[in-house]
Design a protein around this ligand. Structure first.
Ligand code: TXA
Ligand code: MG
Length: 355
């Protein structure tokens, strides 16, 4: 099915919010900015609308969606129960980049949203346009990232159109998104906060918010071959390859910045000698010194939040420039660095050159 995709530019967002909200209420699917990445929204109660989201993205139907709400009060209508620790996290992080996986209230959303699980993922986004749109639509809005499945998540309206023009009803342009990587997904079980996907809300912030009331458990490692599946809760989404650029990719890490530069340049030279077009993603301090077919600065080394913001656009740019091999500098894994490195590892299929 080919659709006409409306585009509402930043200077016409009043009209955009009105028309996009009407489209959502009528069972349409529209993309909108959140503080993390752009989402592709549809009425979470409407099975046909949700089916259109999966079809537009080419997403496997066993990967459930996050339901976006305009305010925390609405969570009670979706969840069959909310524990005091979950309530505390909502108060501390919403609106913001934290998704809570809660026991679902029967019949509150289409079973396509939850992929038949007995839980539903919920968040209140912090982006003003997102909240205005959700409130005006009057719907709980199911919204995965607005990319074709397997592509990097969109951090600009142009990325959404690249992937989904002609497949969705419209896109609201709110400019580049602030955080640039997706929300942190957590499940609270018996006083333990299990991080199913690291993201915009950091482990340090979660620990601080939980205080004496909760323990934060990092993302469970995938089961190795021949081992039993881990018992900690997992997110269906983690088993899929994500954020894959067209070319191959490797991350280069070193304890010493001088060694890092040397090793990365050497790897780049080796690949180029084999006739491959090489792209380098590096901090601004190092970017000027590298030689490759494309060198993209991700911001100052001491500001991983800038690299998180820039990563997906940089991966898309490498694709556009015909890059066949990407070498990316690794970042320290504290704060937002954990989510940044998680996404880099997924994009590279776990290939790390450690020197
Ligand atoms: O920042 C974000 O979270 C963005 C914006 C648009 O809000 N959305 C997003 O959605 O990243 P998506 O569909 O790309 O990723 C949702 C993740 C997937 O890994 C999915 O498996 C997990 O959340 N998830 C959804 N419902 C779940 C559930 N009931 N139990 C466990 N994991 C769930
Ligand atoms: Mg996604």
């Amino acid at each position: 099915m080919t659709l006409h995709t409306s585009y509402w530019p930043p200077e016409r967002t009043d009209e955009g919010v009105r028309e996009a909200a009407a489209a959502l209420a009528a069972g349409g699917v529209v993309a909108f900015p959140t503080e993390t990445v752009y989402g592709l929204g549809g009425d979470a109660r409407n099975a046909d609308a949700v089916a259109r989201i999966f079809a537009a993205k080419g997403r496997p139907s066993d990967n459930p969606l996050i339901v976006h709400l305009a305010s925390a009060e609405e969570a009670a209508a979706l969840a069959s129960s909310i524990s005091p620790l979950e309530r505390k996290l909502m108060e501390r992080f919403w609106p913001g980049p934290l998704t809570l996986v809660l026991p679902v209230r029967a019949g509150a959303v289409s079973e396509r949203v939850t992929a038949g699980l007995d839980t539903v993922a919920v968040r209140v986004p912090a982006h003003e346009l997102a909240r205005r749109l959700i409130a005006a639509s009057g719907c709980p809005v199911a919204a995965p990232s607005a990319n074709r499945s397997g592509r990097p998540s969109p951090t600009r309206a142009a990325h959404v159109l690249e992937d989904l023009a002609g497949r969705i009803d419209g896109v609201l342009d709110g400019g580049p998104t602030g955080i640039g990587v997706e929300s942190t997904v957590v499940r609270v079980l018996g006083g333990e906060i299990h991080v199913l996907r690291p993201g915009g809300a950091t482990a340090e912030q979660l620990r601080e918010a939980a205080g004496e009331d909760g323990v934060v458990k990092a993302e469970p490692a995938a089961a190795k071959e021949g081992e039993a599946a881990p018992e900690a809760p997992r997110s269906p989404g983690v088993k899929y390859t994500h954020y894959a650029p067209k070319g191959d990719m490797a991350i280069v890490t070193a304890s010493d910045p001088g060694r890092l530069r040397e090793a990365l340049q050497q790897a780049a030279d080796t690949e180029r000698a084999r006739g491959r077009r090489v792209g380098i993603l590096a901090c601004d301090e190092h970017a000027g010194a590298y030689r490759a077919d494309a060198v993209l600065g991700l911001g100052p080394r001491a500001k991983p939040e800038r690299a998180a913001q820039a990563l997906y656009a940089a991966l898309r740019e490498c694709d556009e420039r015909g890059i066949e091999f990407i070498l990316a500098e690794g970042y320290p894994e504290d704060g937002i660095g954990a989510a940044l490195m998680n996404r880099m590892r997924k994009a590279s299929g776990g290939r790390v050159i450690a020197v």
